[in-house]
Design a protein around this ligand. Structure first.
Ligand code: ADP
Length: 232
């Protein structure tokens, strides 16, 4: 089932009299349970692409659909709701809140949707156990390693049960052993919970976890590989 679709997406940045085409007629669609990677050099348009996927930036042209709803027609308030309910973000640095424990990092995103139930608490524990943090629920970010912080961010991304997981260079600040573990955890979560996921990465070693690999160059996106996925 198709969850997110880019249809002829272009993004033109304007600065004074000059314009710059960061995305040029980009098409892509990601199904539930599919983990797609986007690779490409710095400046090729990857962040712009992910910002549009995350309903953080509007395209200049084209349509972007999440579960059949065209984001282009939505107001800011409706876009925030989509971000909160339908998208889980995993960023380069974990972006944890310094004064919240690991457990509360997850509950706080739930709270933004309303009351936190006992079921939510159980789900948060389960997610944290799945990423190997079952014994760190009461730790604060400063008491964690970089890898543990990123695992917390992964669990948090799944907390609101979104349809889409977006990861922006999630291994950028990690050594290679941790980097493999982190991408494997994202991949396992995506498969187990049937999410549509897009990861932007520089690190081609991480592509073995992805079903499809796209390359961005000068604002053009092309599918370069469909892979057999490695399950662990
Ligand atoms: P990447 O993530 O692959 O490094 P970006 O999407 O950040 O690429 O940028 C693509 C191009 O668009 C770059 O040349 C960049 O300078 C330009 N760009 C990005 N954001 C803006 C902006 N807000 N205003 C003007 N140009 C921008």
């Amino acid at each position: 089932m198709e969850v997110i679709r880019f249809e002829k997406i272009s993004k033109v940045y304007r600065e004074g009299d000059t314009t710059f085409t960061a995305l040029n007629n980009v098409n892509m669609s990601v199904n539930a349970g599919e983990f797609a990677a986007v690779i490409g050099p710095s400046g090729s348009g990857k962040s712009t692409f992910l910002s549009i996927a995350g309903a953080l930036l509007k395209p200049s042209n084209g349509n972007i659909y999440i579960n059949g709803v065209n984001l282009v027609n939505l107001k800011q308030k409706e876009l925030s709701k989509i971000r909160l309910e339908q998208i889980g973000f995993i960023l380069q640095t974990s972006n944890l809140i310094p004064y919240l424990t690991v457990f509360n990092q997850l509950l706080v995103v739930r709270k933004m949707l309303g009351r936190v139930s006992n079921e939510d608490k159980q789900f948060a524990k389960q997610l944290l156990e799945e990423v190997g943090l079952g014994d760190k629920l009461n730790k604060y970010p400063e008491e964690l390693s970089g890898g543990e912080r990123q695992r917390t961010a992964i669990a948090r991304a799944f907390m609101n049960d979104p349809n889409i997981i977006l990861a922006d260079e999630p291994t950028a600040s990690l050594d290679s052993q941790r980097a493999f573990e982190i991408v494997e955890l994202i991949s396992n979560g995506v498969k187990k919970r049937n999410k549509a996921a897009i990861m932007v990465t520089h690190d081609e070693r991480m592509l073995k976890y992805c079903d499809k690999v796209y390359r961005m160059s000068d604002g053009h996106l092309e599918l370069v590989e469909e892979r057999e996925v490695v399950f662990s």
